[in-house]
Design a protein around this ligand. Structure first.
Ligand code: XUL
Length: 532
């Protein structure tokens, strides 16, 4: 039976700096969006950019209760805005990838008995064995990564099983560190969730399973067999399989929303909770990525991802299970120095104004007269390097650019790195290639023009700068019909199509092939020097 027109679907995104939600109707029209900014709206947690960077500069965590309180606040804001919770048929969501949450023994009981008179953060304040959750920006687990690669037979062997070599931010290595340095907390942990499955657990009123796609970012799951790898589990921590629960397909319906939400906000009793996933998989769904497209997401982290059928994991980049098609995969490359670095250069070279930043791009020409910059404010993930490197047209290291040159050097450098690593993963720009852009910076046409020129391909955007929550609202809708065999593409065929934003400037191909060649060589030199 067709659902009435006023039924709606919610998609949440628990990202690094904020919690967002969108609501779509049965016809996929967007009817509500809202958000909670962690730093400004929950100042009591004293985060900067949603995180705490520890004194060693390597460990990065977020208070798990902040995420819980953000959900309390978001739902209150929706209520005040007159949102009708009784029309929600299903909800799903995403979370920043790799972050891990440690539920204390007895937390399942607490989740099952949430009293509707109280906010969640009061009810759950004592239910976490680790209060500061490690997040994706963390790079403090080199020892654990070396150990995993040693136990499994090398970096490529870990990639062959889990889709990625051992990465410091990947949850398994974070879990190993907690087990080693905080063994009491580890023993006191009943269940370990990812940020995504933790958020789903709040709605479900019970522990929610990890989905295949986000589970691929842990260095623990066999992405081909879609179950935890015994070798990786054993190399990580004892008794881990029980603490993780079995992973499930990303389209699975987990159950009905907890009675807490029915009584407190008026959700229907049979409102379904569809498995939550990672923010990048959520974006893949929101952008309705097709084979051959390359997606570039410009957020706190910048990511590049592609839809792939026959994955061949390597020691660069990641392969994840695909969130909307269980037969397919997605390749992903993550760059840590994304929007925070763009904001820093905007502040230092453009007086804090995006308009002036854009003028800087328009006032300089393609190729930046041979100047090349690499801006790794914090330890980068791709490539593993830190520091600011500026080169003139003769490949000589220089200490200064003009303000306008600096702006262009940053943006070109960021996009050259994206093209370089996408090509290393086997991606080829062909006639018909589309670059799909999303994330905060995708609303800036001058930044997109540079993207289009560097990739020598047209850039498309979708209306909403934040595609992860939209993708999860689509996934909520698809989750209800997936078991009947309807594909994701069929379920969302009427969604707005990505719109052409900019096309490459004539002559871009030649300029950037040369810049790319130089960028690759200069990067190799930096990496060689870093290792010495
Ligand atoms: C992906 C990654 C980041 C986070 C940001 O591997 O680490 O993109 O998902 O939220």
């Amino acid at each position: 039976m067709a659902a009435p027109m006023n039924s709606c679907y919610l998609g949440f995104d628990f990202s690094t700096q904020q919690l967002k939600v969108v609501a779509i109707q049965e016809n996929l029209d967007l009817i509500h969006q809202n958000n909670v900014q962690f730093d400004s709206e929950l100042p009591e947690f004293r985060t900067q950019g949603g995180v705490h960077v520890h004194p060693d500069g390597l460990a990065v965590t977020s208070p798990v209760l902040m995420w819980v309180k953000a959900l309390d606040l978001l739902l209150e804001k929706m209520k005040v805005a007159g949102f009708d919770f009784s029309s929600v048929k299903a909800l799903s969501g995403s979370g920043q990838q790799h972050g891990s949450v440690y539920w204390r023994r007895g937390a399942r009981q607490a989740l099952r008995n949430l009293h509707p008179d109280k906010p969640l953060h009061e009810l759950l304040q004592d239910q976490f064995a680790v209060e500061s959750s490690p997040v994706w920006m963390d790079s403090s687990t080199s020892d654990q990564c070396s150990n995993l690669e040693k136990c499994v037979g090398g970096a490529q062997a870990v990639a062959d099983i889990t889709g990625s070599r051992a990465y410091e931010r990947f949850s398994g290595n974070q879990i190993a560190k907690i087990h080693q340095l905080n063994s009491d907390a580890y023993s006191d942990t009943e269940r370990i969730s990812l940020v995504s499955s933790f958020a789903a657990s709040l709605f479900l009123g019970d522990y929610a399973a990890v989905d295949y796609s986000d589970g691929s970012g842990m260095n623990l799951m066999d992405i081909f067999l879609k179950r935890w790898s015994p070798t990786c589990l054993q190399a990580t921590a004892p008794g881990l399989e029980d603490k993780l629960g079995a992973p499930v397909p990303s389209t699975a319906v987990l159950g009905d929303v907890s009675s807490y939400f029915v009584k407190r906000f008026g959700f229907p009793k049979d409102c379904k909770v569809v498995t939550f996933t990672g923010d990048n998989p959520g974006s893949l769904a929101g952008m309705r990525l097709q084979e051959g497209d390359v997606a570039v997401s410009l957020g706190t982290s910048d990511t590049v991802f592609m839809w792939i059928k026959e994955p061949k994991p390597t020691v660069e980049g990641h392969v994840f299970c695909n969130p909307v098609d269980s037969q397919a995969y997605m390749a992903l490359i993550c760059f840590k120095n994304g929007s925070l670095t763009r904001e820093r250069i905007r502040n230092s070279c453009a007086g804090g104004s995006w308009d002036v930043f854009s003028e800087g791009l328009r006032g300089t020409c393609m190729g930046n007269q041979g100047n090349i910059g690499m801006y790794f404010d914090t330890m980068e993930i791709t490539p593993p390097a830190v520091g600011i490197y500026k080169f003139n047209k003769d490949d000589q290291r220089v200490s200064d650019f003009t303000e306008q040159e600096e702006i262009r050097a940053l943006v070109e450098g960021q996009f050259l790195a994206k093209r370089l690593y996408a090509e290393k993963l086997g991606y080829k720009i062909m006639p018909g290639t589309r670059v799909l852009a999303t994330g905060g910076a995708s609303s800036n046409m001058d930044i997109l023009q540079v993207l289009s020129d560097v990739f020598n391909a047209p850039v498309y955007t979708i209306d909403l700068a934040n595609s992860a929550c939209l993708g999860c609202a689509y996934r909520a809708l698809h989750g209800l019909v997936a078991e009947g065999g309807l594909t994701f593409q069929e379920a969302v065929r009427n969604a707005p199509k990505p719109q052409l934003a900019v096309s490459p400037t004539p002559g871009a191909l030649k300029v950037y092939e040369e810049q790319l060649r130089r960028y690759r060589q200069l990067e190799e030199i930096i990496l060689r020097d870093t290792k010495q």
